[in-house]
Design a protein around this ligand. Structure first.
Ligand code: ME8
Length: 573
């Protein structure tokens, strides 16, 4: 139909906007990288893709943090936002938008949304009493708090059972959002969109929580307590609750309030919000309810990832149990970090961060696995990758895999297995990426690289090369005679060598194409090393045999520095 001709909405993906009250740690970097990988993958498939990250700058927590260091809140936030922006840049995160909630553009969007909510009758004023956690920026009901002894101070404090954070009794007049009115609509929405929350296990917890009932949500605080935020446009004595303000940043960044007829040019609605499992309630209950109330389309999926721990305890800025991402980057480099975080980071289960793992896994996966395979093939004097490619790539070798010459049935079957598994790789990666499991996608790519290394080891083309050299050097002609008697010939041996080289080179080419979203710099260097033309690096080229033009490095392959894509990491620091 003519509708199919409409340009596709840009893919739109976000990270949470991060609080600026403390320096970022590896957990924040992880969310940024996961999001970037998914966004870059979409772009690799040829879709316009927009990623948004940014900073959450309002609220009591930030107000208090700024006051503590005697700095005006805006100045305090400018400094914090700059650090998060720097982090994104330094780990090669290709964000299109960096949204700050203290920006005038965002303030206007929040004011507009407030008017809409009020006009539609979703907001009312009443007295509110409850336990408020400044650290979590949320009220907890009586049933979700307990009296504990605060370990550092020995003081008895009331705290949230869920997060352990201190809560204080608050009694005030403020505005409420009719969250309770959305219970049935939310449950129906979850039922009709079983893929809304990834991984699926967190969806059942969510349904249980909503089924057990929703109370209305306090969405403003008296301005004498909370000054740093967006003022309620109809009542200057109140300031808008930080989470309503913060969640709306996803809309602001996509152009909200939207221009009629151009609602989706900024990517709205979001395809994926990537968040940590700590903020599921805000994104999977409050956020859809706000959007329903505003009559805006809902995000398609929320990817809720697990946490990084350090010494098995959650990495968190409030406890100081953190790894500085800038130090880690300086020590290991951008792609080693990106690779490690995605390969070993948890979606469903928490993962423990350890410098020793980074080094040993890098050694196995990138340096010893991919780097070694790539350079063994390309730097050997005894064969020529470009020649092997010319010989076997389609359309030069149209007869296909079954006709690959082989000296033995055994090696023929190994080759066929590798051929089949590399050919299947792009669709496996695609499936995992669409299921929002970048870690599985990356692990599968790595398996193909390990397969190719094992194949090369078994085929040992260097042994055939030596055999050819010996035959050539044998003046008696005996070796040549033996070879012919066995039904082989120097030409057949050469064809066999080329065949092994070709299958391994294809593994490097195809995996490098698929690795671009994960380790963009290294993958680009690998593709340069293999002389893959820049316009042949999209996923549509990740088909065995499709490219018959590569094999000659775009730089001097004997330049040790350039040809060492994954230099060794040092473990002594
Ligand atoms: O919650 N492991 O901001 P925040 C993995 N401003 N990821 C972690 C992590 C860990 N140990 N610790 C933090 C906020 N993260 C709000 C969000 S959105 C409209 C407002 C990541 O600075 C993870 O993505 O506390 C988590 O959800 C987020 O940082 C919390 O960042």
């Amino acid at each position: 139909s003519h509708n199919d001709k409409r340009p596709q909405k840009p893919f739109y993906i976000t990270t949470p906007i991060f609080y600026v009250n403390a320096r970022p740690h590896v957990g924040h970097m992880y969310t940024m990288v996961l999001t970037d990988v998914i966004n870059r993958y979409q772009a690799l498939t040829g879709r316009k893709a927009i990623m948004c990250t940014g900073t959450d700058e309002h609220g009591l927590k930030i107000q208090q943090a700024a006051a503590k260091v005697d700095t005006p809140p805006q100045e305090f936030c400018d400094g914090g936002a700059a650090v998060f922006k720097q982090l994104a840049g330094s780990i090669n995160v290709d964000y299109g938008t960096f949204i700050r909630t203290s920006s005038p553009q965002h303030r206007e969007a929040v004011e507009y949304a407030w008017h809409m909510l009020q006009d539609r009758g979703y907001i009312y004023e009443s007295k509110h009493e409850g336990w408020y956690s400044v650290s979590d920026e949320t009220f907890y009901p009586e049933t979700q708090v307990e009296l504990i002894i605060d370990p550092p101070t020995g003081r008895k404090i009331m705290s949230s059972i869920e997060t352990g954070k201190e809560v204080e009794w608050t009694s005030e007049r403020n505005y409420h959002f009719r969250l309770s009115a959305f219970k049935d609509r939310l449950l129906l929405f979850y039922k009709e969109n079983p893929e809304f929350v990834v991984p699926h296990t967190r969806m059942s917890d969510l349904v249980r929580e909503v089924e057990s009932g929703l109370s209305d949500l306090s969405v403003s605080r008296p301005a004498e307590r909370l000054t740093w935020g967006v003022t309620v446009p109809t009542d200057p004595s109140q300031t808008i609750y930080v989470w309503l303000d913060a969640l709306l940043s996803y809309a602001t960044a996509a152009g909200y309030p939207f221009t009629p007829g151009a609602e989706s040019t900024g990517g709205w609605p979001a395809d994926v919000h990537v968040i940590g499992k700590d903020i599921v309630r805000f994104h999977c209950i409050y956020w859809p309810a706000f959007l329903m109330a505003l009559d805006l389309p809902l995000p398609k999926q929320i990817l809720t990832h697990a946490h990084w721990t350090l010494g098995r305890k959650k990495m968190a800025k409030s406890t100081g149990n953190v790894v500085d991402p800038f130090f880690a980057l300086e020590r290991f480099g951008i792609d080693a970090m990106r690779w490690y975080l995605v390969h070993d980071g948890g979606i469903t289960d928490d993962a423990d961060y350890d410098n020793r793992y980074i080094i040993s896994k890098y050694k196995k996966g990138l340096q010893g696995g991919l780097g070694n395979l790539a350079s063994r093939l390309m730097r050997a004097k005894s064969w020529d990758v470009a020649k092997a490619v010319k010989r076997y790539a389609h359309p030069n070798y149209v007869k296909g895999q079954d006709s690959f010459p082989a000296v033995s049935a055994e090696s023929n079957s190994h080759g066929r297995m590798l051929y089949g598994s590399i050919n299947a790789l792009p669709s496996q990666v695609d499936k995992f990426m669409k299921e929002l499991h970048p870690n599985r996608a990356l692990q599968t790519i790595m398996e193909r690289i390990y397969d190719a290394n094992a194949f090369l080891q078994k085929e040992a083309p260097w042994a055939l090369t030596r055999q050819l050299e010996e035959i050539a050097a044998d003046t008696t002609g005996q070796l040549m005679h033996d070879l012919s008697k066995s039904g082989s010939s120097p030409e057949k041996l050469e064809a066999e060598i080329d065949r092994s080289i070709y299958l391994c080179a294809e593994t490097v080419r195809v995996t490098s194409i698929m690795l671009q979203p994960f380790i963009p710099e290294s993958a680009t260097r690998l593709l340069d090393f293999y002389g893959v033309q820049p316009e042949r690096r999209g996923v549509e080229w990740a088909v065995v045999g499709k490219d018959d033009t590569y094999g000659t490095p775009m730089f001097d392959a004997n330049d040790k520095v350039k040809a060492t894509i994954f230099p060794p990491l040092t473990s002594d620091f």
